[in-house]
Write a protein that binds this ligand. Sequence first.
Ligand code: ME8
Length: 512
Amino acid sequence: MKNFYITTAIDYVNGSPHLGHAYEKVLTDVIARFRRLMGDNVYFLTGVDEHGQKVQQSAKKRGIPPQQFCDEVSEEFRALCKKLNISNNDFIRTTEERHKKVVCELLQKLYDKGEIYKAEYKGFYSTRQEQFLQDKDRNPDGTWPEIFGEVTEIIEANYFFKLQQYQTWLVDHLKANENFVFPRYRQKQVLEFLSEPLNDLCISRPKSRLEWGITLPFDEDFVTYVWFDALVNYYTAVIDKPEFWPADFHVIGKDILVPPHAVYWPIMLKAAGIEPPKSLLAHGWWSINGSKMSKSTGNFVDAAEFADKYGVDALRYFMIREMSVGQDSDFSLAQFLARYNAELANNLGNLVNRVLNMTTRFSAGVLPAPEVSEQPEQDLQALWIKTRDEVITLHEGFQFHSALERTFGFITATNAYIQTRAPWTLAKSTEAKDAVLLRTTLATIAEALRLGVTLLQAVMPGTTEKIQSVLGYTAGAVWKDELEWGSRLTGSKVAETAILFPRPEGDKAAKK
Ligand code: ME8
């Protein structure tokens, strides 16, 4: 069994989770579930990033101690995972002792090796981004870009990590590992960043300015820079499971690829004599109704609320179907409802209910065996083989939106096959050959549905299970044998009906 370790970014707890956080978790969950279905031994980590200035400030605003603030907000993130049916094996919080211990050991090791030194720093600092700025970060007119928020000039002593001396190593490493970053064009972005000399990384903050962090093991007047602390979470979680290191994938948003994940993290590990992760997967950003998601303007989607209203799997389906991994996408209710009605309710939901309804009416609720295989059956089976093979390849290349498109193409073809065979007409006939065709049709559509739905398992696990259950079928844990066309449902007693995708309330109003 192959070990497969996958992680999401750990979310800042300075605000409640939104759709962007939900997407990252669902995307990672789809990959984790797919790898399990392929037979891998998967370890899936998610969690929260609890230190740093932003969290300290948010706690202060609420008038409560930072730990209490973190305890409260991190529960919201944990609850979101549960709500979205995320199959994570672990949920890490950076305020946990297990994590502080690993960060301190790593810092001490690097300090002892001479990789960390103390120096005076004079320069500009962005509180919002928690980073020191350089002149090259300025706008052409000399002002600071808005993303940095308030920028102040500071002079202070700090500890620095010798990043620069590993620059050549990292460039060589990237060139030798062309698939280090997915999508590939983002790897070029990393190399471009590395075409300029790197500055050493300031990895401390004096306690006079920031207290909420992990105290440096070699100087108690300082806390660790939040990024240096946060990145280590991936390593902390598997410290007693070395078979999972190096990580197979860190799934992150494009905004935190360069420099933290693609530059700082591999170098931190290299300097400590630890293998870097195998790959990074950088996804795009969701906007809402055409503009950037923002809590302050109220332009954001509360994923948990949305899932309550429209269904967890409908939300999972929409996010994965709509966004091509790596690209940006817009979330609009009208587009969600269009897909919900056309693809989920009228295509998949309709097929399920046709299978159940016709089996109930024409076969006393028990699925018959197929008896003949003529052109329509052969065509559908051939399409199945093609769809299945393509969908697996697309999953392996993270092209989940296309995989769903192909799978729904197969569902559409199964609905079309029903029209071709017209079982309602066959049922009226008194001829023996029509009875044979009717039984064959019922068996064929049930088997096609079983197979099509199996391909949806990683994206819509709850729906898949529900459909398997109304078909009276229990699937195996891995795909190996599940994807072969056969007669597995012969003799199965099916339910009379299934409510999968109820018409959402306010549907018409929202469509305007
Ligand atoms: O960056 N669309 O935390 P975070 C898609 N703590 N993804 C989005 C998004 C959007 N609109 N908004 C945010 C941090 N994300 C650090 C990470 S990892 C060691 C430390 C994604 O809460 C974002 O790209 O700001 C990131 O991957 C994740 O949500 C957490 O963002």
